[in-house]
Design a protein around this ligand. Sequence first.
Ligand code: ZN
Ligand code: MN
Length: 478
Amino acid sequence: MKIGLEIHCQLTSLKTKLFCGCSSDYRGKTPNTFVCPVCLGLPGSLPVLNEKAVELAVMVALALNCEVAPQTFFVRKNYFYPDMPKNFQISQYDVGGSIAIASGGWVGFLVGKTRKTVRLRRIHLEEDPGKLFYHGTIDTSPYTLVDYNRAGIALLEIVTEPELEAPAEARAFLQKLRSILEHLGVSDGGLEGAMRCDANISIEGGGRVEVKNISSFKDVERALTFEIVRQRDLLKKGVKIQTETRHWDDVRRTTLSLRVKEEEQDYRYFLEPDLTPVRISQEMVELLRSRMPELPDARKERFLKAYGLPEYDAEVLTSDRAMADFFEECAKLYDKPKAVANWLMGDVLQCLHSLEVDIDQAKLAPQYLAEMLKLMDRGDISIKIAKKVLWEVMKHGKSPSTVVREKDWWRITDLQTLEGYIAQVFKEYPKAVEDALVDEKTIHYLIGKTMEATGGKADPELTNALIRKKLSQMKKGS
Ligand code: ZN
Ligand code: MN
């Protein structure tokens, strides 16, 4: 099985579009209001290249270990589709003496506990098409609406070699790529549609199938898994898998055939006559290199040294910029970084998954996690209660001490109160008491039941001591 990805990333830190001065802040705006003759493709209009977009593309190329072309061109990629006002897209391609802005490169990332490297084929700049809106789904919609506010937004297309070998690898790669782009500050992957992915997959003996319209990393994994099952099924039945383009339907979670895939010649690439060649001097490359911020791999090395984290923890945390930021904020307030890392990668991540939010949108702030850990250290709450507190904080955004106070979850250390609970447990489980009198090891059952009776609030050590004392008194008494 071979999987290759084409990732379209909007350069969201740009204020304007790639070839005109229209604002790039189009999200949530009235359709077709952020447009001008250039991005509407009106006859006679001329594109002017956004210089900043070239700089950002070079920075991405450097971050991904690519070779930057000393001179690059734009080409027209021709195809008829309603989201493209000009009926061609200004893009880049290795054709007719033209080369993309960068080629080669690689990304290293972690899949589970294994390290993997995927090579990149090229990176190029192009304009985003408009956005189509279907009424319901693509194949049943009676009409389609188009919004050109997105047309002309600067996109960076990153193309990998087909070296990924499983859907989970594709997802892990994308996560790392997003982290790199976010550390660079060029693209905010959290914005709707800012990072879109087409995936091509081929199984030995079959043609190459490209799946388009995948909008989340989770869906990349789903779409690929769906395709593997579909293609294997066909191969088993002796049906030949043809090379085609399929559409990912994220509502029904299936892919459906769009068209038999175009070949390169169908796009009739030719040099864009309205734009001049772009020269990228070595000085400019070095200047941009000197301005590069800390990237995930360097940050990981720093995490190893500065916080003494194991390599695995450092890699997981830096694979998500928001997660790494959260960790560092929290580690400033609470001086046991390994404990912070454990909570983030364990319970916090679990909560985030089930609430389906990213950490930067979560109601848990770094100071809240620090406060909760301090409450635990002081013995105000047990670890069991801490887990419950975390959930409450994540759901309601209240501080941990507020949660503990409101819920009355303070650890019970009052002897009389604890003895009361223990007496109750001894009465309810006489058989367990008999066992414990004979075999000391079974005492944990009684401790567990007492913890349960107090909703996890009992001080475990005190409970242990009190139960032992009660048992030894009973032994003496008999
Ligand atoms: Zn415009
Ligand atoms: Mn493209």
